[in-house]
Design a protein. Structure first.
Length: 738
């Protein structure tokens, strides 16, 4: 359906993504339209493609899928258009004067003979040029957006492209549409390939091959956390993407991309110096990991190695707090106070939080300023509760700002954090980008304590920070294995360590916190989960269903994440306003999760305002209709999602084990059904069990539990941080003449 009308007033506009609500004066009267719009002003004439929708809150509105600009054809329309504020130096009086002089030929004059504006009293040559330049720029923007839309690009994507290239957009896209893959966030290879096909670009173009290579490396980082890929894997994935029968053309493009600094080649060697594997990385990831290696060693080297005995301080701390530290814990605290950088790793119940509290206390007693941080909001909240100190997300600690379109940080290499020490919990959840930003902001001489569990699943974020630092052997590492006495009575803790050692967990359903329900039928599994969540567990654990998280290894199947979400939603939230997003049904009151980092979405919390919602954040829908959706997250932040940003939300009554990383819940229901060898492994089972504080209920056949315990498969994470740490150490030794 097409509606033509004049923009009367703009009710709402988000300049970041173009989402707009506007009142239009059309032939049949006034209508309210919403959707992704280009830059528009009151008085412009638009043709809108879309359909009418009825909102419970706002009534009938027109949902726009395409916007086309129309030139005003009458005298009043041209005056309103010129006076809309689009054109520098043109107000209502000037617009009236221009149209009175040129009549209906005004727009033609502005386009073809703008110098004639000087015929009007009060408009000199300079002012005429400003008006003409503004008219030309706006016309170019309109024409460019129409050009992109005609090639199958949505308005939202068109705006992103135009922001990246400006008035060069048409030339760049026409010459090489595959540049979009590298230059414009959110434009992948498949989109660029469709545009190229419409523009008649040859399918065997080198541009196409290089864009595919870039896309494969980008996807490897964003989806699987790889910062590089082995040459054979990169080539085979690229072949699959472009449907090539030979790898010759792909191999031929790699050197050109290296010369132009798009990618880097790294040759991994064994201890004898022999090349064992060639890997390729996007230059940005290659440089990032190299930077982390250099900065980490710099931090470790710059902090004064005190070599002081703190046994007396530790004795006093034990006496004051009524605890007894294990020898490994005392060693960890001693290293943290003496060394520049230290890694602390251990499973549940081994006292990592106790050590952090002790380090914090002893450093504060010395008058040192200590900052606490974690990669996610949930992890920082847990750290705050456990230590009684103020922990922040790393993003917030660094003062991240996204107003320029790219993340910048208040604290950086030129403006360091005010700190004598920084303690980061759940470090394995951090990606290389935020970790590099943190290291840049570290002041000279400050100490760094990294805490995490090396045996959990590697984060989906790019990089393998904790494992690579431990594997390098360059930074002191304390590995905690002793289970505290107060934790020994918890089967969650005991069984987590048994699973990690490859031993079957103790199955004792008379225990208080670890249960196995040997159910094979998937329909019965789902029914059992609903019963546990709605009636049985809330009473047992004195909690609400909101405090219980359902996890599953697989997304599809009768007892996968998708099926579980539908069943739980039907039981807990069967009625109310609803909307379908990406094939999933959402209702007001539903539990949802943010599935990717969005650095510039705005949130509010009381009088506080800010930006950024991150992968793994969980909340509940408090309001929805056809055009907006409001979510209140567990930390109290409220976010308004529009038709574009809401696509980052997924149902969260049940989530995959991978999505639960970095989170902790009062109780966890883990549903085990059939799945592939690579997925049903010990690492995943251990991660799921360690998400729970007070209760684990495994619903599934014991045979699958046994299979997971015995399967020690861990997918290799391709990264270069360990190698770069070694290289930087070798360079340092050479400089010292060693």
């Amino acid at each position: 359906m097409i509606i033509k009308g004049i923009v009367e007033n703009i009710v709402f506009r988000n300049e970041e993504n173009g989402y707009t609500v506007v009142n239009i004066s059309a032939e049949d009267g006034f209508i309210t339209a919403f959707g992704i719009f280009p830059i528009i002003r009151e008085g412009e004439v638009l043709s809108l493609v879309g359909e009418f929708r009825v909102s419970p809150k706002y009534g009938e509105q027109f949902e726009v899928t395409e916007v086309m600009f129309e030139a005003p054809t009458d005298r009043a329309g041209i005056i309103n258009y010129l006076a809309s504020g689009l054109f520098k130096g043109v107000g209502a009086v000037t617009a009236e004067a221009i149209v009175s002089h040129f009549g209906l030929k005004t727009l033609e004059i502005l386009e073809k003979a703008p110098e004639r504006l000087t015929e009007i009293k009060g408009i000199g040559a300079l002012r005429a040029k400003d008006i003409a330049d503004a008219f030309r720029a706006h016309s170019e923007m309109q024409n460019t957006l129409l050009f992109l839309q005609k090639h199958g690009i949505s308005m939202g994507q068109s705006l992103k492209i135009y922001r990246a290239y400006g008035d060069q957009t048409r030339d760049i896209v026409t010459e090489n549409p595959y540049r979009l893959v590298e230059d414009v966030e959110g434009i992948g290879f498949l989109t660029a390939d469709k545009i190229a096909e419409k523009l008649g670009v040859e399918r065997d173009s080198d541009f196409r091959v290089m864009a595919a290579i870039t896309h494969v490396l980008q996807e490897a980082a964003s989806r699987n956390g790889h910062t590089c890929l082995p040459a054979d894997k990169l080539i085979s994935e690229t072949q699959r993407l472009i449907r090539a029968d030979t790898d010759e053309r792909i191999r031929g493009c790699l050197p050109y991309m290296q010369i132009n600094d798009k990618i880097k080649l790294y040759r991994q060697r064994n201890e004898s110096g022999e090349i064992v594997r060639e890997v390729y990385a996007l230059s940005v990831n290659y440089n990032m990991e190299n930077s982390i290696a250099a900065k980490l060693l710099k931090i470790d080297g710059e902090a004064q190695d005190l070599d002081i005995n703190i046994d007396g301080e530790l004795d006093r701390y034990e006496e004051q707090n009524g605890i007894k530290l294990h020898q490994k814990q005392r060693e960890a605290v001693t290293l943290a106070l003496n060394k520049g950088a230290v890694v602390l790793t251990g499973g549940p119940g081994t006292g990592k939080t106790t050590i952090i509290k002790c380090i914090l206390s002893l450093m504060n007693a010395r008058g040192l300023k200590v900052l606490l941080a974690a990669p996610t909001g949930r992890a920082s909240k847990r750290l705050t509760e456990a230590t009684a100190g103020e922990a922040k997300t790393i993003h917030r600690l660094l003062g991240m700002d996204f107003s320029t379109g790219k993340p910048t940080f208040k604290f950086n290499e030129l403006n360091h954090l005010d700190a004598d020490a920084v303690i980061v919990d759940e470090i394995s959840m951090a990606d290389i980008y935020i970790f590099n930003a943190l290291l840049k902001a570290m002041p000279s001489g400050a100490r760094l304590v990294l805490v995490g569990d090396k045996d959990q699943l590697p984060s989906v974020a790019a990089g393998n920070i904790l494992a690579d630092i431990i594997g390098s052997g360059a930074i002191p590492v304390i590995s905690l294995t002793e289970i505290y006495r107060q934790e020994a009575g918890s089967l969650i803790v005991v069984n987590a360590h048994r699973i990690n050692r490859g031993e079957m967990p103790l199955i004792d359903n008379s225990s208080k916190d670890f249960f196995v329900m040997n159910i094979d039928d998937e329909n019965e599994q789902v029914e059992t989960v609903v019963s546990l969540l709605t009636t049985r567990l809330p009473g047992y654990f004195s909690c609400t269903p909101r405090e219980i998280q359902v996890l599953a290894p697989v997304k599809k199947g009768g007892a996968g994440v998708h099926s579980l979400n539908l069943a739980i939603q039907k039981a807990l939230n069967p009625h109310g306003k609803e909307i379908v997003i990406n094939g999933s049904l959402f209702r007001e009151g539903d539990k949802v999760m943010q599935a990717s980092n969005n650095y510039n979405i705005q949130w509010k919390k009381g009088n506080e305002r800010g930006e950024g919602v991150f992968n793994g954040d969980i909340g509940y829908i408090t309001y929805l209709d056809s055009d907006i959706l409001e979510v209140e997250f567990e930390d109290g932040k409220t976010v308004i999602y529009d038709s574009e940003t809401r696509e980052d939300l997924i149902p969260a009554y049940a989530v995959s084990v991978h999505k639960s990383q970095g989170s902790e819940f009062k109780a966890v229901i883990l549903v085990l059904s059939s799945g592939g060898y690579m997925l049903l492994n010990r690492n995943l089972l251990y991660t799921a069990v360690t998400r729970a504080r007070e209760g684990v209920i495994i619903v599934g056949p014991v045979r699958i539990l046994k299979r997971m315990v015995s399967n020690n498969y861990v997918a290799e994470r391709y990264s270069l941080l360990k190698e770069f740490i070694w290289e930087n150490l070798r360079k340092a030794k050479l400089l010292k003449g060693e």
